[in-house]
Write a protein that binds this ligand. Structure first.
Ligand SMILES: Nc1ncnc2c1ncn2[C@@H]1O[C@H](COP(=O)(O)OP(=O)(O)OP(=O)(O)O)[C@@H](O)[C@H]1O
Ligand SMILES: [Mg+2]
Length: 362
Protein backbone atom coordinates (compact mmCIF):
# COMPACT_ATOMS: atom_id res chain seq x y z
CA UNK A 1 0.00 0.00 0.00
CA UNK A 2 1.10 3.53 -0.59
CA UNK A 3 0.63 6.49 1.67
CA UNK A 4 -1.87 9.00 0.35
CA UNK A 5 -1.46 11.39 3.27
CA UNK A 6 1.52 11.51 5.58
CA UNK A 7 2.01 13.66 8.66
CA UNK A 8 5.26 13.70 10.51
CA UNK A 9 5.84 15.61 13.74
CA UNK A 10 2.97 17.96 12.91
CA UNK A 11 2.27 20.70 15.45
CA UNK A 12 -0.34 23.42 15.46
CA UNK A 13 -0.45 26.44 17.75
CA UNK A 14 -3.31 28.93 17.94
CA UNK A 15 -1.32 31.75 19.49
CA UNK A 16 -0.12 30.31 22.80
CA UNK A 17 -2.53 27.35 22.65
CA UNK A 18 -0.88 24.12 21.54
CA UNK A 19 -3.67 22.32 19.66
CA UNK A 20 -1.74 19.52 17.90
CA UNK A 21 1.32 17.94 19.45
CA UNK A 22 3.82 15.91 17.41
CA UNK A 23 1.25 14.15 15.25
CA UNK A 24 2.61 11.22 13.24
CA UNK A 25 0.07 9.57 11.00
CA UNK A 26 0.18 7.65 7.72
CA UNK A 27 -3.05 7.35 5.77
CA UNK A 28 -2.82 4.60 3.16
CA UNK A 29 -4.38 5.03 -0.24
CA UNK A 30 -7.87 3.50 -0.22
CA UNK A 31 -8.15 3.37 3.56
CA UNK A 32 -10.90 4.72 5.78
CA UNK A 33 -9.40 6.41 8.82
CA UNK A 34 -11.46 7.68 11.76
CA UNK A 35 -10.25 10.41 14.12
CA UNK A 36 -12.04 10.07 17.44
CA UNK A 37 -11.74 11.71 20.84
CA UNK A 38 -13.52 14.02 23.27
CA UNK A 39 -14.60 17.53 22.41
CA UNK A 40 -11.68 19.93 22.02
CA UNK A 41 -9.03 17.22 21.49
CA UNK A 42 -8.03 18.59 18.08
CA UNK A 43 -9.91 16.42 15.58
CA UNK A 44 -11.26 19.29 13.48
CA UNK A 45 -7.96 21.11 13.71
CA UNK A 46 -6.18 18.07 12.30
CA UNK A 47 -8.73 17.66 9.51
CA UNK A 48 -8.64 21.36 8.65
CA UNK A 49 -4.86 21.18 8.54
CA UNK A 50 -5.09 18.41 5.94
CA UNK A 51 -7.44 20.55 3.88
CA UNK A 52 -5.17 23.56 4.20
CA UNK A 53 -7.78 25.60 6.09
CA UNK A 54 -5.36 25.78 9.03
CA UNK A 55 -1.65 26.34 8.66
CA UNK A 56 0.48 23.91 10.63
CA UNK A 57 3.14 25.57 12.75
CA UNK A 58 5.73 22.78 12.59
CA UNK A 59 6.26 19.41 10.93
CA UNK A 60 5.67 17.97 7.51
CA UNK A 61 2.49 17.14 5.63
CA UNK A 62 2.47 15.39 2.25
CA UNK A 63 -0.42 14.37 0.03
CA UNK A 64 0.32 11.83 -2.73
CA UNK A 65 3.99 12.42 -2.07
CA UNK A 66 3.90 16.19 -2.52
CA UNK A 67 4.80 18.60 0.29
CA UNK A 68 1.67 20.62 1.15
CA UNK A 69 2.82 23.32 3.56
CA UNK A 70 2.72 26.11 0.99
CA UNK A 71 -0.18 24.73 -1.10
CA UNK A 72 -3.54 26.55 -0.74
CA UNK A 73 -6.75 24.54 -0.05
CA UNK A 74 -8.16 24.61 -3.58
CA UNK A 75 -4.90 23.21 -5.02
CA UNK A 76 -4.83 20.26 -2.62
CA UNK A 77 -7.48 18.29 -4.53
CA UNK A 78 -9.38 17.28 -1.41
CA UNK A 79 -13.14 17.33 -0.77
CA UNK A 80 -14.66 18.11 2.60
CA UNK A 81 -18.08 17.24 4.02
CA UNK A 82 -19.19 19.00 7.20
CA UNK A 83 -21.91 18.62 9.80
CA UNK A 84 -23.64 21.69 8.37
CA UNK A 85 -24.23 20.71 4.78
CA UNK A 86 -23.29 24.10 3.40
CA UNK A 87 -25.52 23.67 0.35
CA UNK A 88 -26.36 26.71 -1.74
CA UNK A 89 -30.00 27.43 -0.82
CA UNK A 90 -30.84 29.22 -4.08
CA UNK A 91 -29.57 26.35 -6.25
CA UNK A 92 -31.36 23.08 -7.06
CA UNK A 93 -29.88 19.73 -6.12
CA UNK A 94 -28.48 19.38 -9.63
CA UNK A 95 -26.94 22.84 -9.56
CA UNK A 96 -25.40 22.12 -6.16
CA UNK A 97 -23.97 18.85 -7.45
CA UNK A 98 -22.39 20.27 -10.58
CA UNK A 99 -21.04 23.41 -8.93
CA UNK A 100 -17.54 21.99 -8.17
CA UNK A 101 -17.24 20.79 -11.78
CA UNK A 102 -18.42 24.07 -13.29
CA UNK A 103 -15.88 25.88 -11.07
CA UNK A 104 -13.20 23.76 -12.71
CA UNK A 105 -14.36 24.57 -16.22
CA UNK A 106 -16.23 21.34 -17.04
CA UNK A 107 -18.90 21.95 -19.71
CA UNK A 108 -22.54 22.06 -18.64
CA UNK A 109 -23.43 18.97 -20.69
CA UNK A 110 -20.62 16.89 -19.23
CA UNK A 111 -21.29 18.17 -15.71
CA UNK A 112 -25.01 17.30 -15.98
CA UNK A 113 -24.20 13.78 -17.20
CA UNK A 114 -21.90 13.33 -14.23
CA UNK A 115 -24.63 14.65 -11.89
CA UNK A 116 -27.03 11.99 -13.22
CA UNK A 117 -24.49 9.30 -12.47
CA UNK A 118 -23.75 10.56 -8.94
CA UNK A 119 -27.46 11.06 -8.21
CA UNK A 120 -27.97 7.42 -9.21
CA UNK A 121 -25.65 5.98 -6.59
CA UNK A 122 -26.42 8.51 -3.85
CA UNK A 123 -30.19 7.98 -4.08
CA UNK A 124 -30.96 11.47 -5.39
CA UNK A 125 -32.23 10.64 -8.87
CA UNK A 126 -35.80 11.84 -8.30
CA UNK A 127 -34.72 14.99 -6.45
CA UNK A 128 -32.51 16.85 -8.93
CA UNK A 129 -34.90 19.76 -9.46
CA UNK A 130 -35.64 20.36 -5.76
CA UNK A 131 -34.14 23.07 -3.59
CA UNK A 132 -32.30 22.20 -0.32
CA UNK A 133 -35.21 23.53 1.79
CA UNK A 134 -37.43 20.89 0.14
CA UNK A 135 -35.22 18.02 1.34
CA UNK A 136 -34.97 16.00 4.57
CA UNK A 137 -31.79 16.12 6.65
CA UNK A 138 -30.62 12.79 5.27
CA UNK A 139 -31.26 13.89 1.68
CA UNK A 140 -29.33 17.12 2.25
CA UNK A 141 -26.44 15.13 3.63
CA UNK A 142 -26.52 12.97 0.49
CA UNK A 143 -26.34 16.07 -1.69
CA UNK A 144 -23.34 17.29 0.30
CA UNK A 145 -21.68 13.92 -0.24
CA UNK A 146 -22.64 13.80 -3.89
CA UNK A 147 -21.09 17.22 -4.37
CA UNK A 148 -17.89 15.96 -2.72
CA UNK A 149 -17.65 12.80 -4.82
CA UNK A 150 -18.63 14.29 -8.17
CA UNK A 151 -15.01 14.99 -8.94
CA UNK A 152 -12.45 12.39 -7.91
CA UNK A 153 -10.34 14.12 -5.29
CA UNK A 154 -7.26 12.57 -3.70
CA UNK A 155 -9.09 12.28 -0.39
CA UNK A 156 -12.43 12.89 1.30
CA UNK A 157 -12.49 14.60 4.67
CA UNK A 158 -15.60 14.29 6.81
CA UNK A 159 -16.14 16.37 9.95
CA UNK A 160 -18.98 14.85 12.01
CA UNK A 161 -21.23 14.70 8.93
CA UNK A 162 -23.99 12.75 10.67
CA UNK A 163 -24.34 14.54 13.98
CA UNK A 164 -27.44 16.49 12.87
CA UNK A 165 -29.33 13.33 12.01
CA UNK A 166 -31.48 11.14 14.24
CA UNK A 167 -30.08 7.85 15.56
CA UNK A 168 -31.70 5.54 13.01
CA UNK A 169 -30.68 7.68 10.05
CA UNK A 170 -27.12 7.92 11.38
CA UNK A 171 -26.86 4.14 11.37
CA UNK A 172 -28.07 3.85 7.77
CA UNK A 173 -26.01 6.82 6.55
CA UNK A 174 -22.81 5.42 8.04
CA UNK A 175 -23.32 2.27 5.99
CA UNK A 176 -23.97 4.41 2.90
CA UNK A 177 -20.81 6.43 3.43
CA UNK A 178 -18.71 3.33 3.88
CA UNK A 179 -20.29 1.72 0.77
CA UNK A 180 -19.62 4.88 -1.22
CA UNK A 181 -16.00 4.90 -0.06
CA UNK A 182 -15.59 1.27 -1.17
CA UNK A 183 -17.31 1.86 -4.51
CA UNK A 184 -15.08 4.82 -5.34
CA UNK A 185 -11.90 3.25 -3.98
CA UNK A 186 -11.54 6.53 -2.11
CA UNK A 187 -9.23 7.56 0.70
CA UNK A 188 -11.32 8.93 3.57
CA UNK A 189 -10.61 10.64 6.86
CA UNK A 190 -13.64 10.79 9.11
CA UNK A 191 -13.92 12.82 12.32
CA UNK A 192 -16.39 11.75 14.97
CA UNK A 193 -16.70 11.82 18.75
CA UNK A 194 -18.76 8.63 18.54
CA UNK A 195 -16.50 5.65 19.12
CA UNK A 196 -19.11 3.22 17.76
CA UNK A 197 -19.17 5.15 14.48
CA UNK A 198 -15.37 5.09 14.36
CA UNK A 199 -15.17 1.38 15.19
CA UNK A 200 -17.81 0.29 12.67
CA UNK A 201 -16.78 2.47 9.72
CA UNK A 202 -13.01 2.65 9.78
CA UNK A 203 -10.09 0.38 8.92
CA UNK A 204 -7.83 2.44 11.13
CA UNK A 205 -8.89 4.36 14.23
CA UNK A 206 -6.89 7.23 15.71
CA UNK A 207 -7.77 8.09 19.33
CA UNK A 208 -6.85 11.64 20.30
CA UNK A 209 -6.79 13.55 23.58
CA UNK A 210 -5.53 17.08 24.26
CA UNK A 211 -3.82 17.37 20.87
CA UNK A 212 -1.99 14.06 21.23
CA UNK A 213 -2.56 10.72 19.49
CA UNK A 214 -3.08 8.32 22.39
CA UNK A 215 -3.20 5.21 20.20
CA UNK A 216 -3.95 4.25 16.62
CA UNK A 217 -4.63 0.91 14.98
CA UNK A 218 -7.25 -1.50 13.72
CA UNK A 219 -10.56 -1.08 15.59
CA UNK A 220 -10.42 -4.45 17.31
CA UNK A 221 -6.79 -3.99 18.29
CA UNK A 222 -7.81 -0.89 20.22
CA UNK A 223 -10.58 -2.85 21.90
CA UNK A 224 -8.47 -5.93 22.65
CA UNK A 225 -5.26 -4.24 23.65
CA UNK A 226 -5.66 -0.61 24.71
CA UNK A 227 -2.23 0.81 25.47
CA UNK A 228 -3.44 3.05 28.26
CA UNK A 229 -6.32 3.68 30.58
CA UNK A 230 -7.71 6.55 28.52
CA UNK A 231 -8.09 4.44 25.36
CA UNK A 232 -9.39 1.53 27.46
CA UNK A 233 -12.12 3.75 28.88
CA UNK A 234 -12.91 5.50 25.59
CA UNK A 235 -13.29 2.46 23.33
CA UNK A 236 -16.09 0.09 24.28
CA UNK A 237 -19.63 0.67 25.46
CA UNK A 238 -20.59 0.64 28.28
CA UNK A 239 -17.15 1.82 29.36
CA UNK A 240 -14.60 -0.50 30.97
CA UNK A 241 -14.72 -0.82 34.77
CA UNK A 242 -11.56 0.27 36.57
CA UNK A 243 -10.90 -1.23 39.99
CA UNK A 244 -7.88 -0.56 42.19
CA UNK A 245 -5.93 -3.75 42.90
CA UNK A 246 -2.66 -5.15 44.20
CA UNK A 247 -0.58 -8.03 42.84
CA UNK A 248 -0.64 -11.11 45.08
CA UNK A 249 1.95 -12.93 43.01
CA UNK A 250 3.20 -12.83 39.41
CA UNK A 251 -0.14 -13.78 37.89
CA UNK A 252 -2.93 -12.88 40.29
CA UNK A 253 -4.31 -9.75 41.86
CA UNK A 254 -6.48 -8.86 44.84
CA UNK A 255 -9.25 -6.43 43.90
CA UNK A 256 -9.94 -3.54 46.24
CA UNK A 257 -13.54 -4.72 46.84
CA UNK A 258 -15.13 -6.08 50.02
CA UNK A 259 -13.32 -9.32 50.91
CA UNK A 260 -10.32 -8.43 48.70
CA UNK A 261 -11.18 -11.14 46.15
CA UNK A 262 -8.25 -12.63 44.27
CA UNK A 263 -8.49 -13.18 40.51
CA UNK A 264 -6.01 -14.67 38.06
CA UNK A 265 -4.55 -12.62 35.23
CA UNK A 266 -2.95 -13.94 32.07
CA UNK A 267 0.23 -11.94 31.45
CA UNK A 268 0.46 -13.22 27.82
CA UNK A 269 4.22 -13.08 27.87
CA UNK A 270 4.43 -9.71 29.65
CA UNK A 271 6.70 -9.48 32.71
CA UNK A 272 5.21 -11.09 35.83
CA UNK A 273 3.82 -8.69 38.42
CA UNK A 274 5.83 -7.89 41.54
CA UNK A 275 4.01 -9.04 44.70
CA UNK A 276 2.41 -6.00 46.33
CA UNK A 277 2.58 -3.94 43.11
CA UNK A 278 -0.35 -1.52 42.82
CA UNK A 279 -2.31 -1.82 39.56
CA UNK A 280 -5.61 -0.65 38.13
CA UNK A 281 -7.62 -3.60 36.85
CA UNK A 282 -9.75 -2.99 33.75
CA UNK A 283 -12.74 -5.33 33.41
CA UNK A 284 -15.12 -4.84 30.50
CA UNK A 285 -18.83 -4.97 31.43
CA UNK A 286 -19.45 -7.58 28.73
CA UNK A 287 -16.67 -9.82 30.07
CA UNK A 288 -18.01 -10.23 33.61
CA UNK A 289 -19.85 -13.53 33.92
CA UNK A 290 -22.52 -14.37 36.43
CA UNK A 291 -22.02 -17.82 37.99
CA UNK A 292 -24.18 -19.92 40.28
CA UNK A 293 -24.13 -19.04 43.95
CA UNK A 294 -22.50 -22.39 44.85
CA UNK A 295 -19.28 -21.58 43.04
CA UNK A 296 -18.97 -18.55 45.32
CA UNK A 297 -16.40 -20.55 47.27
CA UNK A 298 -14.19 -20.58 44.15
CA UNK A 299 -11.36 -18.18 44.95
CA UNK A 300 -11.52 -16.80 41.37
CA UNK A 301 -15.05 -15.55 41.90
CA UNK A 302 -16.21 -12.44 43.68
CA UNK A 303 -19.56 -11.31 44.99
CA UNK A 304 -21.25 -7.94 44.51
CA UNK A 305 -24.68 -6.57 45.33
CA UNK A 306 -27.03 -5.46 42.52
CA UNK A 307 -27.97 -1.76 42.68
CA UNK A 308 -29.80 -1.10 39.44
CA UNK A 309 -31.21 -3.20 36.59
CA UNK A 310 -31.93 -1.71 33.16
CA UNK A 311 -33.16 -3.76 30.24
CA UNK A 312 -33.52 -2.87 26.58
CA UNK A 313 -35.21 -6.18 25.83
CA UNK A 314 -32.18 -7.70 24.13
CA UNK A 315 -29.59 -6.59 26.68
CA UNK A 316 -29.57 -6.21 30.43
CA UNK A 317 -27.37 -3.57 32.06
CA UNK A 318 -26.56 -4.05 35.73
CA UNK A 319 -25.01 -1.55 38.13
CA UNK A 320 -23.19 -3.45 40.85
CA UNK A 321 -21.23 -2.84 44.04
CA UNK A 322 -21.92 -0.73 47.11
CA UNK A 323 -21.95 2.46 45.05
CA UNK A 324 -23.33 0.86 41.88
CA UNK A 325 -20.37 1.99 39.80
CA UNK A 326 -19.39 -1.41 38.42
CA UNK A 327 -21.32 -2.23 35.29
CA UNK A 328 -22.11 -5.52 33.67
CA UNK A 329 -23.95 -6.15 30.44
CA UNK A 330 -25.53 -9.44 29.43
CA UNK A 331 -27.53 -10.71 26.50
CA UNK A 332 -31.07 -11.66 27.34
CA UNK A 333 -32.90 -11.01 30.57
CA UNK A 334 -31.99 -11.43 34.19
CA UNK A 335 -34.59 -12.07 36.85
CA UNK A 336 -32.90 -10.01 39.52
CA UNK A 337 -33.82 -7.42 42.05
CA UNK A 338 -31.84 -4.63 43.67
CA UNK A 339 -30.08 -6.01 46.73
CA UNK A 340 -29.54 -9.50 45.25
CA UNK A 341 -25.93 -10.66 45.49
CA UNK A 342 -24.21 -11.91 42.36
CA UNK A 343 -21.17 -14.13 42.08
CA UNK A 344 -18.97 -13.12 39.18
CA UNK A 345 -15.92 -14.40 37.33
CA UNK A 346 -13.81 -13.19 34.43
CA UNK A 347 -11.54 -15.05 32.05
CA UNK A 348 -7.92 -14.28 33.14
CA UNK A 349 -7.09 -13.47 29.51
CA UNK A 350 -9.62 -10.62 29.53
CA UNK A 351 -8.24 -8.73 32.53
CA UNK A 352 -6.44 -5.49 31.54
CA UNK A 353 -3.91 -3.95 33.91
CA UNK A 354 -2.75 -0.34 34.02
CA UNK A 355 -0.22 1.59 36.06
CA UNK A 356 -2.23 3.70 38.54
CA UNK A 357 0.23 6.58 38.16
CA UNK A 358 0.94 6.79 34.44
CA UNK A 359 -2.18 5.03 33.13
CA UNK A 360 -0.01 2.89 30.86
CA UNK A 361 -0.71 -0.75 30.24
CA UNK A 362 1.46 -2.99 32.42
N1 LIG B 1 -9.14 29.51 15.78
C1 LIG B 1 -8.83 29.09 17.00
N2 LIG B 1 -8.18 29.88 17.89
C2 LIG B 1 -7.85 29.44 19.12
N3 LIG B 1 -8.10 28.20 19.58
C3 LIG B 1 -8.75 27.36 18.75
C4 LIG B 1 -9.15 27.74 17.43
N4 LIG B 1 -9.76 26.71 16.84
C5 LIG B 1 -9.75 25.71 17.76
N5 LIG B 1 -9.13 26.09 18.89
C6 LIG B 1 -8.93 25.27 20.12
O1 LIG B 1 -8.20 24.11 19.76
C7 LIG B 1 -8.70 22.98 20.46
C8 LIG B 1 -9.08 21.90 19.46
O2 LIG B 1 -10.22 22.35 18.72
P1 LIG B 1 -10.92 21.42 17.63
O3 LIG B 1 -11.99 22.23 16.99
O4 LIG B 1 -9.89 20.83 16.76
O5 LIG B 1 -11.56 20.30 18.57
P2 LIG B 1 -12.45 19.03 18.17
O6 LIG B 1 -11.71 17.82 18.62
O7 LIG B 1 -12.84 19.11 16.75
O8 LIG B 1 -13.71 19.23 19.13
P3 LIG B 1 -15.29 19.00 18.84
O9 LIG B 1 -15.53 17.52 19.03
O10 LIG B 1 -15.94 19.78 19.93
O11 LIG B 1 -15.61 19.49 17.46
C9 LIG B 1 -9.86 23.47 21.30
O12 LIG B 1 -9.41 23.64 22.63
C10 LIG B 1 -10.24 24.78 20.67
O13 LIG B 1 -10.75 25.67 21.63
MG1 LIG C 1 -14.66 19.44 15.77
Amino acid sequence: MTAQIELSQVNKHYGAYHALKDINLTIEKGSFVALVGPSGCGKSTLLRSLAGLEKITAGRLTIAGAEMTAVPPRKRDIAMVFQSYALYPHMTVEENLIYPLRMRGVSKTNAKAKAQEVAGFTGLSGLLTRYPRQLSGGQRQRVAMGRAVIRSPKAFLFDEPLSNLDAALRVSMRKEIRALHDRLGATSVYVTHDQIEAMTMADHVVVMRDGVIEQQGAPLTLYDRPENRFVAGFIGSPAMNFIAARAVDGASIALDLPGQPVIAVDRKGAAPLAPGQAVTAGLRPEHLRIVDGESGSDHQAFTLPVRLIESTGSLTYLSLGDTGDISLVEHGREHLRPGDRLTLTIDPGLVHLFDPETGRRV
